[in-house]
Design a binder for this molecule. Structure first.
Ligand code: COA
Length: 329
């Protein structure tokens, strides 16, 4: 019997504190109009000071576990995609394991920036289809507010905090992950393009580094924009052709929620009508590894994604990294 990896439960969690564009107007030289026009973002959520990525992830994971109707002890593997781990080590996945009481699981983090959740799904798919595991928790979670320079208007308006989680389980029904594709290009592993220079083994966090804000996100927005618009449609096509599915058959496209103009350009390039493109970047901004799973969870909860629907997830991020997943819900 063929084995498939199906998503049997999803959950998401957004911190309660809302930071609007009008709040940002008081912090940097920007305007609600500029941010909406250039990014489509109206507001984003900000985690409380004492809240870490695992705290948001545990909330999202509990919901996913409840909706999948499983016991946490059934989970055999926990994969947490994040670039804002609670600590360098132990992994955020280990804190999540403790938080949900999944004592029988192996746990590890995935570092693939905004593409991280689809990297996690790709791994989960391989581990399940090969027969190694039956039940895997995949999380995308981020607390960006500590790595954003709140004086840099080029970046601080873009990001937000949040987490999403999915329970992925073995099934013999031909549904779930029909095709998955991930890729990366280390030629673009350029800190000035998108990244954080200080804090790793290359450059410690010294007081000089802090003075130069090298412990915060650096980004060349214009270049990242162009790369996203090119890479996401290419990645999406790879999953479609692997599954021999045409774009017309897609019920819902969920692109990485970085910028409304990128999302619309990706939909247009693929030929997906606007009403089939899921958008929540207006409410949450870019939550990096969490965007696609928060969006998928919302789409399921609000009825935009129904059992049997064909859903195409696509993302890209620093590294560069990218990926696409074609799902039959
Ligand atoms: N408010 C007001 N003005 C701002 C601003 C802000 N928040 N941020 C930048 N500007 C200014 C710039 O300083 C620039 O001014 P200048 O022409 O005097 O130098 C001007 O607006 C235009 O900048 P530009 O970079 O051309 O704008 P843009 O249309 O490319 O939009 C981004 C900027 C960052 C919104 C856009 O490039 C983007 O979204 N890029 C992708 C970022 C991303 O998704 N990163 C994560 C990927 S996973």
């Amino acid at each position: 019997m063929a084995r498939y990896a199906a998503i049997t439960g999803t959950g998401s969690y957004l911190p309660e504190t809302v930071l609007t564009n009008f709040d940002l107007e008081k912090m940097v030289d920007t305007s609600d109009e500029w941010i909406r026009q250039r990014t489509g973002i109206a507001e984003r959520r900000i985690a409380e000071d004492d809240t870490a990525t695992s705290d948001l992830s545990v909330q999202a994971a509990r919901l996913a576990i409840k909706r999948a109707q499983i016991d946490p002890l059934e989970i055999e593997m926990i994969l947490v995609a994040t670039v804002t781990p609670d600590t360098f080590f132990p992994s955020t996945a280990c804190y999540v394991q403790k938080g949900i009481g999944a004592k029988n699981a192996a746990a590890m983090d995935i570092s693939a920036a905004c593409a991280g959740f689809l990297y996690g799904l790709d791994l989960a798919n391989g581990l399940i289809v090969s027969g190694q595991y039956d039940t895997i928790l995949v999380v995308g979670g981020e607390v960006f507010n500590n790595i954003v320079d709140w004086n840099d208007r080029n970046t601080c308006v873009l990001f937000g905090d949040g987490a999403g989680a999915a329970i992925v389980q073995a099934t013999e029904e031909p549904k779930g992950i029909l095709a998955s594709y991930i890729g990366s290009d280390g030629d673009y592993a350029d800190i000035d393009l998108l990244g954080i220079p200080a804090g790793g083994s290359r450059m410690p966090v010294t007081s000089e580094a802090i003075d130069q804000k090298l412990d915060k996100i650096q980004m060349n927005g214009r270049e990242v924009f162009k790369l996203g618009v090119r890479l996401m449609p290419e990645a999406a096509q790879r999953a479609l052709s692997k599954a021999n599915v045409s774009v017309e058959e897609i019920d819902l496209l969920i692109p990485h929620q970085a910028n409304l103009r990128i999302i619309e350009a990706v939909g247009d390039r693929l030929g997906v009508p606007r009403e089939k493109v899921y958008i929540n970047v207006d409410k949450y901004g870019n939550t990096s590894a969490a965007t696609v799973i928060i969006a998928l969870d919302e789409a399921i909860q609000d009825g935009r994604a129904k059992p049997g629907d064909l859903i195409l997830l696509v993302t890209f991020g620093a590294g560069l990294t990218w990926g696409s997943t074609l799902l039959r819900l």
